[in-house]
Design a protein around this ligand. Sequence first.
Ligand SMILES: [Zn+2]
Ligand SMILES: [Zn+2]
Length: 320
Amino acid sequence: MERVIIVTGLIFMVCLVVGQRPRPASCSAGNTCTMQAPYHNVTITTDANYRYITTTQCPPYDNPQWSNPNSACRTEVTYRIPLSPTRPTMADSIPVGEALQRHDDILYLKNDPRPVLGVLGVLLNGVNIYGVGSPCGFGASCPNDGGPSNYVDAVESEGHTVDQCGGHASPNGAYHVHSNLGFNDTDGRQSCQLPVDVAGEHSQLLGWMFDGYGIYGQLSLNGVVPDDLDECGGHTHLLDGAMVYHYHFPYPSQFPWVVGCFRGCPEVSNNPSEFSGVTQYGCTGNSSTNTGGGGNGAGVSVTASVYTVFLGIVIYLLHF
Ligand SMILES: [Zn+2]
Ligand SMILES: [Zn+2]
């Protein structure tokens, strides 16, 4: 009996440790990203209402850090992006992560509004664009250890794990970037397989955010740094013959790294667990079945946590 308790106790301790950490992902057999087809594949189609981007989520470039510490996995998803964006009716914009204060040399984000985790958009090369927020606890203290909130700037807190294009995999194996730090110049664009800017012209389209607005490089008309961007990082001007709202990556590359907020209503089906709250801003929140997004970056091992609780009960029953 005593041995059972000791062994069970040891397993409990292991599960306690495992259950509180993100579990490094290992992809299912044969699905770890490599550079070869069919691992990287992107197709873009449209119908009357949507643009569909199907991606394996594997980047099209060699990546020395595909397993740092999580593995990038080939998981095909189809994102649905509205061709005619709709605006929220009860707010000017939808927050995706707001700065709170610096603490221990890292930028913390507000708990309320909570940062939107996981995928917010997709680059033309099929790479997921994640938001600015990352949960505390990955080298950044949480509130019970003196941190001022539960979220930190992902680029600052996760920056040491990214590759030459600014990307890395989440605990669930979804490869993503949080910024344009790896592709804000010509060399970076070429090596990350994105369109290169033309001197003196408006930056190229690099991807779409899930509210339907395009996101471009850092320069506006005539190749100058825009001075009229709103809090989301967007503006409206004549582009390819039409007056369109669009985002620019910030210049210089800095917080909020991608967009400061959504100007339109994001398509809920692309990241349902995170976008379902957009109804509070006056978005419809309708979501039909989709193949789903890259998940949220939190990635704490739920299975291990459940196991921990179960074993705790077993020990309790055995011991008392
Ligand atoms: Zn990340
Ligand atoms: Zn512009």
